[in-house]
Design a protein around this ligand. Structure first.
Ligand SMILES: NC(=O)c1ccc[n+]([C@@H]2O[C@H](COP(=O)([O-])OP(=O)(O)OC[C@H]3O[C@@H](n4cnc5c(N)ncnc54)[C@H](OP(=O)(O)O)[C@@H]3O)[C@@H](O)[C@H]2O)c1
Length: 287
């Protein structure tokens, strides 16, 4: 191993350990009675976040499109200990539903302490085939509705010294094949909320923003896409959900889950050719 590589690896390890040791301590009690809106909570990571918030005794509003499923999730939240568990069906591709969901939460909870933006519209796992209309629609669901909801909730979060949690992806930092429209929406989120993070800090705002970068998580929708296509390990949705919640509660600006996604992100800039080679050869693909 060359001296340069040794220095880079040591520096990476030191930074990683320093970040871990200096991370603020999570106080579960701080979430008792907290007023939370979680989007995309009918299934997957959003559903798991709803259950964790419920166990912590939070007051929750959940949203997604399927009302019947939301009702079942809300009932389970109450049985797990949520002080309140309400739901509202909303389609984030619509012009008005993002506002409607935030207004519902503000009215029924009397304000918000956490806005957790997590939903994504379904998108194919395939090579780009020129479907511009789908990309436009996905931008609406995965990006514009986030911007709209964040703006709608900002005054209440300011008042409550609240937090905005953005669930993003490693694919929002590192483009990969088969997901061009999805990757674009996640890059857009990182750009917009990264800029907003600075603006809020420069205005001494009370609102914290946490951008959560996730690797592959074992939700049904994700596993259906990658089964037999890649051997990248998938991590448990319930653990990802808990890590997102802790990141928001401790007001940390970033989460990398699992931890090595941070190293992968760095490797893209430090060793671009090697990283591109690994990416292109980590799928079972025959043209
Ligand atoms: N799973 C992974 O491997 C992975 C990796 C990196 C990042 N992430 C991120 O983690 C978050 C959650 O992912 P996930 O795997 O848990 O997703 P998921 O299981 O597919 O769940 C998506 C959620 O969004 C809702 N939704 C879909 N279209 C909608 C629309 N038009 N309007 C409103 N809600 C809509 C779905 O409910 P309805 O169908 O009822 O509307 C569902 O509740 C996403 O932001 C994703 O990018 C996931």
């Amino acid at each position: 191993m060359g001296t340069f590589t040794k220095v880079v690896l040591t520096a990476t390890l030191v930074v990683f350990l320093a970040v871990r040791w200096t991370a603020p301590r999570f106080d579960a009690e701080s979430l008792r009675g907290a007023r939370v809106l979680v989007t995309g909570a009918s299934t997957g990571i959003g559903e798991q976040m709803a259950y964790h918030y419920a166990r912590f005794g939070a007051q929750i509003v959940i949203t997604a499109r399927r009302e019947k499923v939301l009702q079942q999730v809300a009932e389970k939240c109450l049985s797990l200990g949520a002080q309140k568990a309400l739901y509202i069906a909303a389609d984030m591709a619509s012009e008005s539903d993002p506002d409607k969901a935030v207004d519902f939460a503000l009215e029924n909870l009397g304000g918000l302490d956490y806005l957790v933006l997590n939903h994504i519209g379904p998108s194919p796992f395939s090579m780009w085939d020129g479907d511009v209309e789908h990309t436009r629609w996905l931008m609406k669901v995965n990006f514009f509705s986030y911007v709209q909801m964040a703006w709608r909730a900002l005054a209440s979060l300011e008042q409550s010294k609240g937090s905005l949690l953005i669930v993003s992806s490693l694919l929002g930092k590192m483009p990969s094949p088969f997901v061009a429209p999805y990757t674009s929406t996640k890059f857009a989120l990182n750009g917009f909320f990264g800029a907003l993070y600075h603006e809020l800090a420069m205005n001494n705002s009370n609102v914290s923003i946490s951008i959560c970068t996730l690797g592959l998580i074992d939700t049904e929708s994700a596993m259906d896409k990658v089964r037999g296509v890649t051997n990248v390990p998938a991590y448990p949705a319930t653990d990802a959900a808990l890590n997102i919640i802790i990141t928001g509660a401790t007001r940390q600006p970033e989460l990398f889950y699992p931890w090595f996604t941070q190293i992968v992100t760095l490797s893209k800039d430090w060793f671009p050719s090697a990283t591109n080679y690994i990416i292109q050869n980590s799928y079972n693909y025959n043209p």
